[in-house]
Design a protein around this ligand. Structure first.
Ligand SMILES: Nc1ncnc2c1ncn2[C@@H]1O[C@H](COP(=O)(O)OP(=O)(O)OP(=O)(O)O)[C@@H](O)[C@H]1O
Length: 574
C-alpha cells in the first residue's frame, strides 16, 4: 500500500527520515541485545549455577537495552509525528491555494461541503500514513533483517523458518488490501456526499423551512448517514478480518519456530542458551509485520484520501503560478480568438466559438438572457477557466502564459455575490490596497456607501459579521464597489454593478461608474439595459455565442436580439 506520490511528500524531510531509520536500527540492536542478555542471565544463573554477582555486568547491559528501547520508540514516534504534521500542513496549504485559484468556478459549483471534507478530514486521515505506516515499513525493512543477520551464523533451520513464513504476511496483506481499497473508496464517497448534503441543507435551511420541506431533508440526511454507517461497517469488517488473518499467520509462525526449537532442544541438537535466545527473538521477528498489518488499514484510508486530494491538486488552472511571464501595463486590451469552453459534465459549450476584441480604455457591456454565458466570459478573462480551444490574449500575449499575481494586480472585480469579511468596514474597503482613512472615505463616497456607513454605530470602525451578515445585499455591493474605487488599476470588471440598489442611489452610482470608466478598460455585465446604453460597445450573448455587437443605437436599429431584450426591459419598467 505504498503510494509513490504520498511518500514523495517527505522529500524535504530526509534528515528526519535518516534519524528515524537510525533509531529503528538502534531499536533492533536493543531487541537482539535484550534477548541475548536475558537468555544469558537465565542460562548462567539458573542452569550453569553462576553467582548473581557474576551476572551483574550482563544485567547492567540488559537494563541499558531495556531503557534504551522505549526511548528509541518515543524518538521514532516524535519524528514520525513531525513528518506527518509538516506534510499535512503543506497539503492543506496547497489545497487551499488551488481552491482559491479555481475561484468562482469551483466555489460556485455545488460542492462546498465536499471541499470542506477534503480540506479537513481527508487531509487529517493522511496523518496515519506518515505517523504509523511509513515508520512501520522502515521497521519491517530494518528489524527483521538485523535479526536475520544475527540468526544466520547461529541456526540455519530457524532462519529457514523465518524466511518461508515472513513473506506470507505481506502476501495476505496485498490480497486483503484489494478488497479493503474498494470498501474505503465507497466509505470516502459516502462521507463526502454526506458532508456535501448536510452543508447544502444548512445553507438552504431558511428556504426549506419556508416551503415546509425541512422534514424531507431530515429523512435524506438520515439516509445518507445510514449509507455512511453501512460503508463504515464494511470497512471495519475487512479491517477486523485482515487483523485476524495476519495475527493468526504471525502466531502460527512463532508457534512453528517454538515447537521446532523445543524439539531440537529436547533431542540435544542445540543448547539451552541458543534455544532460549531463539524463542525470545522469534516474536520480535514477527512483531513488525503484525504492526504493519494494523497500520495497513490506516494507510489504505490515507491513500484513498490522497487520491482525491491529488486529483484536486492536479486540476488545471488557466494561468501559470510562479513561473509564467510577469506583466505590467497601464492599458489593458483583451482579445478572444475563437474561444470554446464547456464545463465539466456539460455537453453544450458555455462559450461557443467566441471571438471578441476589447480595445484598451473602452467600456464594454455584456448583455444576454440568463445562462447565455456572460459570467463564463468574465471567468475566461479572469483566468479562472482554460479554454478548450482558442486563446484569450492580453495586449497580444496569451493569458495562460502570464503569472496569476501579475495579472490579478491589474484587475478590480466585483462579482455577483461580493464577499464581506469579518472585519471593520474600513478594513473591508482597504482589502486590496493599504490606504488612509481619508482615501477609504473618498472611495466610499464614490461608491455611494459613505452615507449608510456614517449611520452605523461606529462608522468606518464598525465590525461586520462573518459574511457581512449585518449588511443588506445592496450595502455589501456598494462596499465591494468602494474597494474597486480605491484600487487604481487599468481593468475593472463588474457583474451587474447596480443590482439590489434603490433607484435614487442607482442614479448617483451611474455617475461614479462614468468616472470609473475613464482611462480604464471597464467591462460590466448589465441586466439593467439602461446601464448598457453608456457603453462604447455592447456585446450580446445567446447560448454561449456572441450574436450581436455594437453601440446601443446600432443594435436598436438592427432590431435583433438586443432590441427584443430592450423592449422587454422597457416593458418591465413601465
Ligand atoms: N460552475 C459551473 N459548472 C457547470 N456549469 C456551469 C457553471 N457555471 C455556469 N454553468 C453553465 O454554463 C452556462 C453559462 O452560464 P453563465 O453563468 O456563464 O451564464 P450567465 O449568462 O452569466 O447567466 P446569469 O445571467 O444567470 O448569471 C449555463 O448553462 C450554466 O448552467
Amino acid at each position: 500500500m505504498l503510494d509513490v506520490r504520498l511518500t514523495k511528500e517527505v522529500r524535504d524531510q530526509y534528515q528526519r527520515g535518516f534519524f528515524l531509520a537510525l533509531l529503528q536500527f538502534l531499536q533492533s540492536i536493543c531487541i537482539v541485545g535484550g534477548a541475548y542478555f536475558t537468555a544469558w542471565i537465565v542460562d548462567g544463573v539458573f542452569l550453569k549455577s553462576r553467582s548473581v554477582e557474576e551476572a551483574v555486568p550482563q544485567f547492567m547491559v540488559l537494563l541499558l537495552f531495556l531503557c534504551l528501547r522505549p526511548l528509541c520508540i518515543w524518538g521514532i514516534d516524535v519524528l514520525a509525528k513531525k513528518i506527518a504534521v509538516r506534510v499535512k500542513s503543506r497539503l492543506r496549504k496547497e489545497l487551499s491555494q488551488r481552491i482559491f485559484m479555481a475561484g468562482t468556478v469551483t466555489l460556485n459549483g455545488e460542492e462546498n461541503g465536499a471541499l470542506l471534507h477534503l480540506l479537513t478530514e481527508s487531509v487529517e486521515s493522511v496523518d496515519e500514513y506518515f505517523s504509523k505506516f511509513l515508520p512501520q515499513l522502515i521497521t519491517v525493512a530494518i528489524v527483521p533483517i538485523v535479526i536475520i543477520g544475527v540468526v544466520l551464523p547461529l541456526d540455519l533451520s530457524t532462519l529457514f523458518l523465518f524466511c518461508i513464513t515472513a513473506p506470507l504476511i505481506p502476501i495476505f496483506m496485498i490480497l486483503i488490501g484489494k478488497r479493503a481499497e474498494k470498501a474505503n473508496q465507497r466509505q470516502w464517497k459516502t462521507l463526502s456526499h454526506l458532508s456535501q448534503h448536510f452543508f447544502e441543507v444548512m445553507k438552504g435551511l431558511t428556504v426549506l423551512k419556508l416551503f415546509g420541506r425541512s422534514k424531507d431533508q431530515e429523512v435524506l440526511v438520515r439516509r445518507s448517514s445510514e449509507n455512511f454507517r453501512t460503508a463504515t461497517m464494511s470497512v471495519l469488517r475487512v479491517a477486523f478480518l485482515s487483523a485476524l488473518v495476519l495475527e493468526m499467520v504471525a502466531t502460527l509462525s512463532v508457534a512453528l519456530v517454538a515447537v521446532t526449537v523445543g524439539l531440537r532442544l529436547l533431542s540435544g541438537e542445540i543448547d539451552f542458551l541458543l534455544a532460549f535466545f531463539l524463542l525470545l527473538i522469534a516474536p520480535e521477528f514477527y512483531q513488525p509485520f503484525r504492526q504493519l498489518g494494523s497500520a495497513f488499514h490506516s494507510a489504505i484510508t490515507a491513500v484513498t484520501a490522497a487520491q482525491h486530494i491529488y486529483q484536486r491538486l492536479g486540476e488545471g488552472f488557466a494561468m501559470r503560478g510562479e513561473f509564467g511571464q510577469g506583466f505590467c501595463t497601464q492599458n489593458v486590451a483583451i482579445e478572444f480568438q475563437q474561444v470554446n469552453f464547456a464545463y465539466e459534465n456539460k455537453s453544450t459549450f458555455a462559450l461557443d466559438d467566441v471571438s471578441l476584441d476589447i480595445p484598451a480604455n473602452q467600456r464594454i457591456a455584456i448583455v444576454g438572457t440568463s445562462g447565455a454565458g456572460k459570467t463564463t466570459l468574465i471567468r475566461a478573462i479572469l483566468g479562472f477557466i482554460t479554454p478548450q480551444t482558442g486563446e484569450v490574449l492580453i495586449n497580444g500575449r496569451n493569458l495562460q502564459n502570464l503569472t496569476k499575481r501579475s495579472w490579478f494586480s491589474h484587475i478590480a472585480y466585483v462579482g455577483q455575490n461580493p464577499h464581506i469579511f469579518q472585519a471593520t468596514i474600513a478594513e473591508n474597503i482597504a482589502l486590496a490596497k493599504r490606504a488612509s482613512l481619508e482615501e477609504i472615505k473618498q472611495a466610499a463616497k464614490l461608491a455611494k456607501a459613505h452615507d449608510f456607513i456614517m449611520q452605523l454605530a461606529e462608522g468606518y470602525e464598525t465590525k461586520i459579521g462573518d459574511g457581512g451578515q449585518s449588511l443588506s445585499g445592496g450595502q455589501k455591493r456598494r462596499l465591494a464597489l468602494a474597494r474597486v474605487f480605491l484600487q487604481d488599476v487599468p481593468l475593472v470588471i463588474l457583474d451587474e454593478p447596480t443590482a439590489g440598489i434603490d433607484v435614487k442611489t442607482e442614479r448617483e452610482l451611474e455617475e461614479s461608474l462614468d468616472a470609473l470608466g475613464t482611462n480604464r478598460t471597464l467591462i460590466f455585465i448589465a441586466h439593467k439595459l439602461k446601464l448598457a446604453q453608456k457603453a462604447d460597445k455592447i456585446v450580446v450573448m445567446e447560448q454561449g455565442r456572441i450574436c450581436e455587437m455594437g453601440s446601443h443605437e446600432e443594435l436598436i436599429a438592427r432590431n435583433g436580439t438586443y432590441a427584443a431584450l430592450y423592449q422587454a426591459y422597457k416593458g418591465a419598467l413601465s
